[in-house]
Write a protein that binds this ligand. Sequence first.
Ligand code: GDP
Ligand code: MG
Ligand code: ZN
Length: 348
Amino acid sequence: MTLEDLGWNARWAERLAALGDANLCPGRVVWQGSGQYRVADATGEHAAVLRGRLRIENAPVPVVGDWVALENAGDVWAIAHSLERDSAIVRAAAGTRTEPQAIAANIATVLLLTDPHDFSPRRLERYSLAIQGADLAVVINKADLVEDRGTLWREVERVLPGVPVLFVSALHGDGVDELTPLLTPGATLACVGSSGVGKSTLINRLLGTQRQETAAVRAHDHRGQHTTTHRELLFLPGGAMVIDTPGLRELTPWFADGTVEFADVAALAEHCRFRDCTHGDEPGCAVRAAVADGTMDAGRVANLAQLQREAAFQDSRADPLVARARRQRDRSLGKLVRDIEKWHPKRR
Ligand SMILES: Nc1nc2c(ncn2[C@@H]2O[C@H](COP(=O)(O)OP(=O)(O)O)[C@@H](O)[C@H]2O)c(=O)[nH]1
Ligand SMILES: [Mg+2]
Ligand SMILES: [Zn+2]
């Protein structure tokens, strides 16, 4: 395997060269689990550890798919730097402070999987926000169980206009060929979506082997789900790579700029009488009017409001300046404070 087979190109070479250390060599994280890594390069795969300084510098922790700069001393491979990412799936991780936590990096196309049981425009809205810099395709799996494709297709089109929608049956193979154009040599895909929608089944289908453990999910107790403690980049026969993301429960996206907007709602809001309309009970609200006449989905507006509260909350927990202003009850942040308290009444 060459570095190019792993997706290496001139951009990565530039980012590595910019570090200005000729002793560093490139590798790609292909396995990551509880502080341990496996990194691939032209000579094979190596177990690697994070160099102490990377940990102390508070640099983004490398995740599967990341390109890293390695130091090699005898048998020991240490990750000295993580190269700036092209794309990533990023969620908010709650600790003492809310921080971005990448799940996988440097993905050309994220396959957002769902099935007829799991299908929810609200979930699609939420998951899509966690995808930064990658193309997106919605894969409706278990198409063997879908009665009305048109309705599902239109619902996706309403919330993610222009995003390709593929109907596949991973278990039986129907429709899986439609993924072929995405599976170019050196390209990396990732599967995200609720547990039980068939991510592992699809990956096994693409691999042509039963490599990933699959599980039937019982509707109520969710038993039968296995917890996976590592993430891995897998090599497909045609030269593409794919990352499974098991064990992702409710996903809180990381709002990179602290806000979230849906273009269609924002366009309507231009016509609200008040500039700072919250689409609550203000008179002359164009968004509520559109909901009333059926041209805008009430669920979408409510989900946006919820996501905006999460974004504001995240922002307040992420940035010490915002947090301090909040304590001082800065008037300009009055609405934010109220939102935060509504969202999390116990935290004052
Ligand atoms: N009917 C049907 N079942 C499927 C299909 N794909 C996967 N499944 C089933 O859905 C269950 C969950 O699949 P799995 O791949 O483990 O889901 P994951 O949690 O997203 O990785 C398993 O019992 C699969 O056999 C499909 O295309 N049709
Ligand atoms: Mg799975
Ligand atoms: Zn309004």
